[in-house]
Design a protein around this ligand. Structure first.
Ligand SMILES: *Cc1c(COP(=O)(O)O)cnc(C)c1O
Length: 399
């Protein structure tokens, strides 16, 4: 379809293209000057004390949990409405993932967390779904009461703020680690990539070593201190470092982080304004202000008002040239997790009832006003044409 509006399209400028080609021409392709600059820039932007550029958001989550010594016998509480990476990162440490339920926004519900805490619980892993910041103050209170670590999955939330500061900021954050993703579809991108921020200097040192095989210094230091060839492996680490090719993109993407969030916020507001009076649709709450970078626009169908289900709704939009997605297929629905009683659907009834209603609409900075208008018209058309006929109360219709 020539005029198809895809669910996602990355916004890449000339500066990114030029920086990547100068990395390619420089002869130094792996972690180096640009990766370090990206980390420094991320610290300046976020107000976090330490930032570690990594090759994915998944790596950031796994590294955080390992560096916090979470492993077999430990439990980590997370959310059912997330990408599998969140839960897999817990499983790969040998710890047991435990599901709490979600609140009205689809974020982990603090009240439900408290019910799932056991003597084995070591950490909480909230996910800022769609860019909307979780109730972190309540989550930190629980963490402090039960002496738990907090690792934030901020894969959707680069550009979101909490108490007027970007996530991870030393002046606000009481989490041990905040993990960002720069995957191709995320708020800012390096193609593949991630960042772990922390305000704990010892944790920063441990994560940095673990991110590169457990080596005490990285290749860049060896190169920079020309002649210093000696290194030692302190513990078996991973290969999680970000290359300078990726960082070259990230440095320039980061300059646009607030502007991108603002563009998403404007489109989200236009969607909500258009849809909020349609009985067939429920719009996400707009109240969060800059606490939402609007990574996604999760529209909710009122299935009792429609004669079609979510799959048909998506198909009708596709037929009108609009790409959509669903965030997320709840964790209990994947066969991979069926052996884990702590991940069963019974622990998250609200997530399971929300799921069949969710449709994510196109939402990215390069969407034109005309494209936004086309999405709105298509969604309204599908909703109105498939409206469930109002039943006339029995008895009153007899002639
Ligand atoms: C994308 C995503 C991740 C993983 O990030 P990658 O950079 O793709 O590894 C983790 N959690 C959530 C909620 C995500 O959407």
């Amino acid at each position: 379809m020539p005029n198809f509006i895809p669910f996602h399209c990355a916004t890449i400028g000339d500066a990114e293209v030029q920086e990547v080609s100068s990395v390619l021409r420089s002869g130094w392709l792996t972690t180096g000057e640009r990766a370090h600059r990206f980390e420094e820039d991320y610290c300046s932007y976020s107000g976090a004390s330490h930032a570690l550029a990594l090759n994915s958001g998944t790596a950031a989550l796994h590294l955080a949990l390992v560096a916090l010594d979470i492993g077999p016998g430990d439990e980590v509480i997370s959310t059912p409405l997330t990408f599998c990476a969140t839960i897999n990162a817990i499983l790969h440490t040998g710890a047991t993932p435990v599901l709490a339920d979600v609140d009205e926004h689809g974020n982990i519900d603090p009240a439900s967390i408290t019910k799932r805490v056991t003597p084995r619980t070591r950490a909480l892993l909230p996910v800022h779904l769609a860019g909307r910041v979780c109730d972190m103050d309540a989550i930190w209170r629980i963490a402090e009461a039960y002496k738990l670590h907090v690792v934030e999955d901020a894969a959707h939330a680069a550009g979101s703020s909490h108490h007027l500061r970007p996530l991870g900021a030393a002046s606000v954050s009481r989490s041990q680690v905040t993990a960002f993703s720069f995957y191709a579809t995320k708020n800012i991108t390096t193609g593949e990539g991630g960042m772990a921020t922390t305000n704990d200097p010892a944790l920063a040192v441990r994560m940095r070593a673990l991110a590169l095989h457990g080596i005490s210094k990285d290749a860049w230091n060896r190169y920079a201190q020309n002649g210093n060839w000696f290194y030692q492996v302190l513990e078996p680490g991973f290969k999680y470092n970000m290359s300078d090719i990726q960082a070259a993109i990230g440095i320039h993407q980061l300059k646009h982080i607030d502007e991108f969030a603002e563009a998403r916020r404007r489109t989200a507001a236009a969607y909500t304004l258009a849809f909020r009076n349609l009985d067939e649709l429920e719009t996400p709450s707009m109240s969060a202000g800059i606490e939402n970078s609007w990574h996604l626009y999760p529209l909710r169908l009122r299935l009792d008002q429609l004669q079609i289900d979510r799959a048909q709704f998506i198909e009708e939009l596709r037929a009108r040239g609009i790409g959509t997605s669903v965030h997320f297929i709840p964790i209990p629905m994947h066969p991979c997790y069926w052996n884990w009683p702590t991940l069963a659907a019974e622990h998250c009834p609200r997530a399971m009832t929300l799921y069949p209603r969710l449709v994510s609409l196109p939402l990215y900075p390069s969407l034109s006003e005309e494209q936004v208008e086309r999405v709105i018209e298509a969604v309204e058309d599908v909703a109105v044409r498939n409206r469930r006929p109002t039943l006339v109360a029995s008895g009153s219709s007899s002639r």
